[in-house]
Design a protein around this ligand. Structure first.
Ligand code: DHB
Length: 370
């Protein structure tokens, strides 16, 4: 008899281009998961096929997904570094009945684009709502300006911040949107300087935080008494080691920090650093990849090694586990991630590096939508 075909996972991520850090983080984490858990599940060999989509052309991502389904016969599609790439690929998942595990993209509506989509990253309303409330209630911030990347996750972050901050008594003076590709924040930061709010709320996608921090510092907004706050994407753990004192004392909200204090995370960070020869720190994108692999492995164990797409999807719904980020689960109704959201302050720790140190938590928080 013939040996069974391997179960193939098609991982489509940006490994080149402006969002290459997202792909590198996810790939390293996926390979770490396989190193730790083996390349066989319930007797069936697992094959990871990594494809670089460059991160900026939705049609390229869609075409790669189509090829993976038709030619490689993958059992699962995974990755999706940015929202437009996930949107473009959703019809392929639906037509081919292939589970599509979104490991990075964060626009709330993504899970509605196909009944085969399951998400292990985060949603921007999920991460932002607690920040808006914290700023007004605990942060002593009375007025704010929002500045976001002008596409799906930015729009979600803007709406969620304005709603939650306003309902908690804060006043939003203006909402600014900066082009998502090659952004120049300077003219927008000048406008913020003129408006002089208590705080500037920021969302930029992973990879753009350094440019934002540099231009925020050049304009000396902190010297004008304007506090920077945001989602954790701006103080991404991937970029923090290269930032200086300007990145200290900043409050952000997110679902993952390299500094998350748990035995699971200590083991994860140590193994990740070892596997990448200490060249990078695991960030929130990495756990999206690591947990996505966990979800696929566990679904195969539960549904059996020869399960079809519908059976795997059914096994994924309601799955619950302890991630390096903390406890998480897949909502069986929405197929979206339910997780703890932390409020963090950036501090220099004993190793001399800056980390996002969690000091408050909103437990088992679902995407509130927008
Ligand atoms: C998305 C991309 C990011 O790099 C990020 O940090 C958050 C969201 C997105 O495109 O959905």
């Amino acid at each position: 008899s013939q040996a069974a075909e391997p179960f193939k996972i098609g991982l489509i991520i940006p490994m080149t281009g402006p969002f290459a850090s997202t792909g590198k983080q996810i790939e390293a984490a996926a390979r770490l998961y396989m190193q730790q858990n083996g390349d066989e599940v319930a007797g069936r060999k697992i094959e990871l096929i990594v494809k670089d989509d460059g991160g900026v052309q939705p049609e390229a991502t869609k075409r790669i997904a189509q090829e993976l389904v038709v030619q490689d016969k993958v059992g699962v599609l995974a990755g999706f570094g940015l929202t437009p790439l996930a949107f473009a690929t959703a019809p392929i998942a639906t037509q081919s009945k292939t589970p599509m595990v979104v490991m990075a993209a964060g626009t709330s509506s993504i899970v509605q684009k196909s009944p085969y989509i399951v998400r292990t990253s985060m949603t921007l309303p999920q991460v932002t709502a607690p920040m808006g409330q914290w700023a007004a209630k605990e942060g002593g911030i009375k007025s704010a300006v929002t500045l976001i990347a002008d596409y799906g996750p930015g729009h979600d972050a803007e709406k969620a911040f304005v709603k939650n901050f306003s309902e908690a008594g804060g006043k939003v003076l203006d909402s600014l949107r900066v082009p998502m590709q090659n952004p120049d924040f300077s003219p927008f930061l000048q406008r913020v300087r003129d408006l002089k709010p208590d705080a500037l709320f920021i969302f930029v996608p992973s990879g753009q935080g350094s440019t934002l921090m540099k231009q925020f510092t050049e304009r000396n907004l902190a010297g004008q008494g304007i506090k920077l706050i945001g989602t954790g994407d701006v103080l991404d753990d991937d970029l923090l080691p290269a930032m200086g004192d300007e990145a200290l004392g900043i409050i952000t909200s997110q679902h993952y920090s390299t500094a998350h204090d748990s035995p699971e995370n200590k083991a994860y960070v140590e193994a990740f650093r070892k596997m990448t020869n200490n060249s990078m720190r695991p960030n929130f994108m990495s756990v999206g990849g690591y947990d996505g692999m966990h979800l696929i492995y566990e679904a195969l164990k539960k549904a059996g090694p020869n399960a079809n797409g519908d059976q795997l999807l059914a096994a994924m719904k309601g799955m619950k586990w302890v991630s390096p980020r903390g406890p998480m689960q897949i909502d069986p109704e929405t197929r979206d991630v339910v997780q703890d959201i932390y409020i963090r302050r950036s501090e220099r720790l004993a190793d001399g590096q800056i980390y996002n140190v969690e000091f408050d938590v909103i437990k088992e928080f679902k995407d509130p939508g927008i």
